[in-house]
Design a protein around this ligand. Structure first.
Ligand SMILES: Nc1ncnc2c1ncn2[C@@H]1O[C@H](COP(=O)(O)OP(=O)(O)OP(=O)(O)O)[C@@H](O)[C@H]1O
Length: 498
């Protein structure tokens, strides 16, 4: 949607062969004479060009599936932008009152990027005007086109901009519609995470000791907090302690507290984390790294719900719910004797397995889009989007550090991105499937090869389930069918031995 600003009055008037918007600007913008408004078309193109000859040449480059509006100056272009909401604008930088320079064109580009960040702007420059083209890309234009007019190249560049706008729109919808979890802070679209979130919703109100297992950065602590927040203990403390981060000799007093004089330096009594969490939830992160002597003490607490502060004579009763997490394979630790079997059974009344990001169908791009939005706002770059190569790279990368790694990469990319689109290289990613040896005909070929490879990969990964493959690719199912038709890709596995 465009930012609402004061609208310019205009009079809508039908004429025999064309529809004209008369606006109180020196030059009106005019809709496509071939079709007029009201045609059933989705693609809307605004051509901003002050030369009447070029206007009509450009207008006739596009077939009936593109609705075209023409504007001759900045004012008319802004009116058309607001009323017509084109997905793509071609913008000649040399506009009146500065037709020989680029000042007015840059001012209009700035307006478009600000008012309608999703609109793709293709800047039209003279042959000698490379410097301005590069500056325009830096300001947020998606592409540029050099005069003189060549119908094939212009339509190719404009169609590519339409495709990009469409992909970004689909991804926006995906991130808005598919976040089916009610758990605060968790962004998820995959069936794997949605079903885990449903489990969390069921487990939270039951006062059971829960073990959350998953690779680093998958959101274990986030889920532990969610369990607390959705339980009847939500109004009490959530106390977290990382068993791997605290030296063994301090961990006991951190957990259980100590009495005055219990050891040198204990000048006064202090509650431990377990007591602090009284009435609430104790989160023991990296429980797999808990030293053996403390495992015995923790087991006693879980069995009897009493603790002994270090140096204390009398035990203290504590009412806490315990949630543990680890990235380690606890069963293996038990089999090697590094973890007590009886403690393992105590802490795992319910076990939640958090899948790695690479195991969640379609989540990588949904989480990345959400992070780009939230981190973009934090870093004062709220209108950034991902380029096509970034989307492919995000989907193709294995994310060994999971969401934490994603946060780091996206933060960096937001800082590094030069235009309004974050590229794969801003993210320091490359998608091996799409690397070419430079021996390519043109960009169209590169893009089509990339699309073909991504579709094949998604179909195989999803076992030829079209809905799932479409989700993996961040596109709709009809778009996937169109693409498989276009590239003549089989939509079912090959049957051998026929
Ligand atoms: N599904 C998600 N949606 C949005 N943000 C997420 C998601 N999962 C994790 N995060 C964010 O990723 C970061 C890491 O999450 P968290 O600390 O919960 O992971 P962890 O599994 O406990 O990591 P570690 O094992 O390293 O302690 C946090 O900033 C968290 O908010």
């Amino acid at each position: 949607m465009l930012t609402s600003e004061s609208q310019t009055d205009c009079l809508y008037q039908q004429e025999a062969s064309r529809t004209v918007f008369r606006v109180d600007y020196p030059t009106p913008y005019v809709t496509d004479q071939k079709k007029g408004f009201g045609s059933v078309v989705n693609k809307r193109l605004l051509i901003v060009e002050d030369d009447p000859g070029l206007q009509s040449q450009m207008r006739w480059c596009f077939t009936d599936d593109v609705e075209v509006v023409v504007a001759s100056d900045r004012g008319a272009a802004l009116t058309a932008l607001r009323r017509f909401e084109p997905q793509v604008v071609t913008l000649d930088l040399g506009l009146p009152p500065d037709p020989g320079g680029a000042k007015e064109g840059f001012a209009l580009l700035d307006d478009i990027v600000r008012l309608s960040p999703a609109t793709k702007v293709v800047v039209v420059t003279g042959r000698e005007d490379r410097e301005n083209a590069v500056r325009a890309i830096g300001m947020g234009a998606s592409d540029y086109y050099q005069k003189p007019l060549d119908a094939d190249i212009l339509t190719f560049v404009v169609n590519r901009a339409f495709r990009l706008a469409e992909l970004e729109q689909e991804n926006r919808e995906l991130s808005q519609n598919r976040n089916g979890t009610t758990i605060k802070g968790i962004v998820a679209a995959s069936p794997q995470m949605l079903s885990l979130c449903r489990m969390v919703e069921k487990v939270a109100p039951a006062d059971v000791t829960t073990l959350i297992i998953g690779e680093t950065g998958t959101g274990k602590e986030l889920l532990a907090r969610a369990i607390h927040d959705m339980s009847h203990r939500a109004d009490h403390t959530f106390a977290a302690i990382n068993c791997a981060a605290i030296p063994e000799n301090l961990l006991e007093s951190e957990l259980f507290g100590f009495e005055k004089g219990a050891f040198t330096g204990a000048t006064q009594s202090k509650k431990g984390k377990i007591e602090m969490a009284n009435g609430g939830t104790l989160f023991l992160d990296e429980i797999g790294d808990m030293p053996m002597p403390l495992q015995a003490k923790l087991l006693r607490f879980l069995q009897e719900r009493v603790i002994d502060r270090v140096g204390a004579v009398n035990p203290v009763h504590v009412d806490v719910r315990v949630v543990c997490a680890t990235h380690r394979n606890v069963e293996e630790l038990v089999s090697t004797g590094a973890f007590r079997e009886d403690l393992y059974y105590r802490i795992s009344e319910i076990t939640l397995d958090v899948p790695a990001v690479r195991e969640r169908d379609g989540d990588a791009i949904v989480i990345a889009q959400s992070l780009l939005k939230s981190l973009g706002r934090q870093l004062d770059r709220p209108n950034l989007g991902f380029s096509e190569d970034a989307i492919l790279a995000i989907q193709g990368y294995s994310w060994p550090g999971n969401v934490r790694e994603m946060i780091n990469k996206i933060k960096r990319a937001i800082i590094m991105a030069e235009g309004k689109r974050v590229s794969a290289s801003d993210l320091q990613l490359r998608c091996d499937d799409f690397v070419h040896d430079g021996n390519v005909l043109n960009l169209r070929q590169v893009r089509e090869d990339a699309e073909r490879a991504a579709i094949n990969h998604a179909l195989k990964t999803s076992n030829f389930n079209m809905a799932q493959a479409a989700r993996l690719l961040g596109i709709t199912r009809p778009t996937l069918y169109n693409l498989t038709d276009k590239y003549k890709i089989e939509t079912s596995p090959a049957v051998s031995g026929a």
